[in-house]
Write a protein that binds this ligand. Sequence first.
Ligand SMILES: Cc1cc2nc3c(=O)[nH]c(=O)nc-3n(C[C@H](O)[C@H](O)[C@H](O)COP(=O)(O)O)c2cc1C
Length: 377
Amino acid sequence: MPSNANLSVNVFNHTFRNPVIPAAGPNVGSGEMVRRTAEGGAGGLLAKTISSIAAPVPHPNMVRMGKDSLLNTELWSELSPEQWFDHEYDIALAAAREHGLPLIASIGYTAEELASLAPRLEAIGIDIIEFSIHYLDAQKLIDTARALRNAVSIPIVAKLSPHAGDLGEIARVLEPYVDGFACINSFGPTLMIDIEHAQPLLGSKFGFGWLSGAALKPLALRSVFEVARVTSKPVIAVGGVSRGEDLIEYFMAGASLVGVCTAALLNGAKVYGKIADEAAQWLDAHGYTHIEEVRGVYLERFREGQRVVTTVEQTAWVDESRCKSCTVCEKVCQFDALKAPPKTLAHVDSAACTSCGLCVSVCPFDAIELRQRNLAA
Ligand SMILES: Cc1cc2nc3c(=O)[nH]c(=O)nc-3n(C[C@H](O)[C@H](O)[C@H](O)COP(=O)(O)O)c2cc1C
């Protein structure tokens, strides 16, 4: 369905036709793949991380976990910087100019590597540089960011790793040197085992890999909120974006763009446009005309947190016009407060209900809500 909502955003002094961009990964592992993301509806472009040498990547290096998460043991690009500068960036830049989109290049990792790669990227017309940092040491973080800042005048974005500690604090330390942040990189190391053969599923030494996709989203969302709380510079939210609602959620937490890797690996390049379309439809349905209207609304309301209620002031309440007697709520109620025998509308014993909220979140028909005890009769 065509949508009226405007998704175009201006970030880092560039216009993105919508806020959905690729996040670094094999989805943008070559110039042609970057072109595919433009054709798939991405609002801006990004090319896979390169470094001073081609990455020695173990094989196999990706395995799906559950329906929509991944473990990977990729590193940066398996293509050499020469290959990127001689060939891949030309294709990516041509696609960017053809579609009128900004192109972000991603680089790593040491101060020396960034200082040597970045000016070459600026010289060929790259619009923005993202650098991945995994250091735990604050001085090393600053030295790296400063080296890049001194090397180029185009916008630079620090991509933060979830294991690096307090990302709000890291953002505060890096803020003087960078133009924005990307949150977060994949999380790990983690492990999956092939139990039929008692062997690793990934080719790394112990089968360890890094978690991404839906399982990462709550961690990423919390990180985006914490970073957006301490900086007014743009934050690219990365982690488990696969639907329009994910984009809305990240924007409410303060994001200015969202990055997509796992969902593109599992669903193909059309997913960027799909996410943007769904977000526009959500905005239409909720009476918004521009994506910027939802940006930061959660951040501003809960910047200082909410009142924490430790007494039981509420009870589950069943909207009988919505209840379909499915019995799901009874199964999850640990307190025997919900009775839902087959073919019977769910019923709450308010005296037993502890207002834990689990039934509300599992009801497939949105038939349960928490109400103040004195109003729930
Ligand atoms: C297979 C794979 C390779 C990745 N390679 C890179 C990389 O080269 N540089 C980087 O900064 N992040 C890399 N990432 C991390 C993603 O860019 C992203 O931060 C993370 O996967 C979370 O987003 P997602 O849930 O949309 O995948 C990679 C992720 C995956 C799954």
